[in-house]
Write a protein that binds this ligand. Structure first.
Ligand code: CU
Length: 173
């Protein structure tokens, strides 16, 4: 979405340059369009303030780039999980699993490890508040969910053997 806006803005600028001052009417039109794009992208708009845009990156070294994710209560969370590595999903798969407070991490991870038929997400688990799909090298998944009540939560990758290295705190303020 953002990339498209940037592209549109770039196109508008290019046309502006090529138009010069020859056709005033056209120039005005493009200036207006560019201004509109800028407004859409401004982070201060009320729509953007309601969405926490999080990008979590996993790699071939079994690591997440974030140890802590902070959002605000009442926000919608748009979480993008990206696997920056090259290894296959069966070897080095990563997901994002947000767990309910009080979840016993080793016990949950053990249960998840045996849930290979359901993408390592235990079926009917009340501990799972939100999760992405499992992605391999070069893969991406985007999910949206409402931030849970204020407090501190754990997030992990539930691929077998990964949670000890791949975990962090999801803090709702
Ligand atoms: Cu993983």
């Amino acid at each position: 979405m953002k990339r498209m806006h940037l592209l549109l803005a770039a196109t508008a600028s290019a046309v502006l340059l090529s138009c010069g001052g020859k056709e005033e009417k056209k120039t005005e039109k493009f200036e207006y369009q560019e201004a509109e794009e800028t407004t859409t992208e401004a982070p201060a708009t009320s729509t953007d303030a309601n969405v926490a845009d999080i990008v979590l990156v996993g790699d071939d070294l079994m690591k997440f780039n974030l140890k802590e994710i902070k959002v605000k209560a009442g926000q919608k969370v748009k979480l993008t999980l990206r696997h920056a590595g090259k290894l296959d999903v069966k070897v080095m798969g990563h997901n994002f699993v947000l767990l309910a407070q009080g979840t016993d991490l080793p016990a949950f991870a053990l249960e998840a490890a045996s849930a290979s038929t359901t993408d390592y997400i235990p079926a009917n688990s009340s501990a799972v508040l939100a999760h992405t799909k499992m992605v391999g090298g070069g893969g991406t998944d985007v999910i949206e969910f409402d931030a849970p009540a204020a407090g501190t939560y754990d997030f992990i990758c539930s691929f077998p053997g990964h949670f000890a290295m791949m975990q962090g705190k999801f803090i709702v303020e």
